[in-house]
Ligand binder design. Structure first.
Ligand code: HEC
Length: 145
């Protein structure tokens, strides 16, 4: 099942690169910076857990920032409001634990390339950890069904 989903994604990506003018109809494919100026800076050192989870005040702003960041950078593959259309994995069902936090941070920074094909672009250099944890917080705040 997983393999099938991925080959669909690869076909979509390939079709997108062959028909570049059409790609614009589906949203911007260039990673977009996220305005994190309303969030407290977290520093350069990557944190191992989502720092906004469980912080009632900070998480509200993080969700707002994450909503915009998600819509700009993730929705075209992972679905509007994080509801997957089946082409890319469903992100709402990821666990909210430390291990999954690290996995989320890593894949968002570096993306996923297999057999030389880019399934997902990495966002390193485009967004810092504030934006990534904000997006994680936004996804966690979405209803699971
Ligand atoms: C070009 C399409 C595309 C974009 C844009 C994209 N992703 Fe992905 N993402 C994928 C695909 C395809 C996979 C599955 C990769 C695989 O199976 O190896 C994936 C996998 C993931 C996973 C692992 C999910 C799991 O169940 O293991 C996470 C987490 C993730 N993406 C987060 C994000 C975030 C956050 C963004 C926006 C900042 C984003 N992605 C943008 C296509 C995309």
């Amino acid at each position: 099942m997983h393999i099938k989903i991925c080959s669909v994604a690869a076909v979509v990506l390939l079709a997108g690169s062959l028909a570049a003018p059409m790609a614009h109809a589906h949203g911007d494919v260039t990673p977009q910076p996220v305005d994190v100026s309303t969030l407290k800076p977290l520093g350069e050192k990557l944190l191992g857990v989502n720092p906004y989870r469980g912080d009632k005040e900070a998480v509200k702003e993080a969700i707002k920032v994450g909503e915009v960041g998600y819509a700009k950078n993730c929705a075209r593959c992972h679905g509007l409001h994080a509801v997957s259309g089946g082409v890319s994995p469903e992100l709402r069902t990821l666990d909210s634990d430390k291990e999954t936090d690290q996995y989320f941070l890593d894949i968002t920074l570096h993306g996923r390339t297999r057999n030389g094909k880019v399934y997902m672009p990495g966002f390193q250099g485009v967004m810092g950890q504030e934006a990534i944890w904000a997006i994680r917080s936004y996804i966690e705040a979405q209803p699971k069904n």
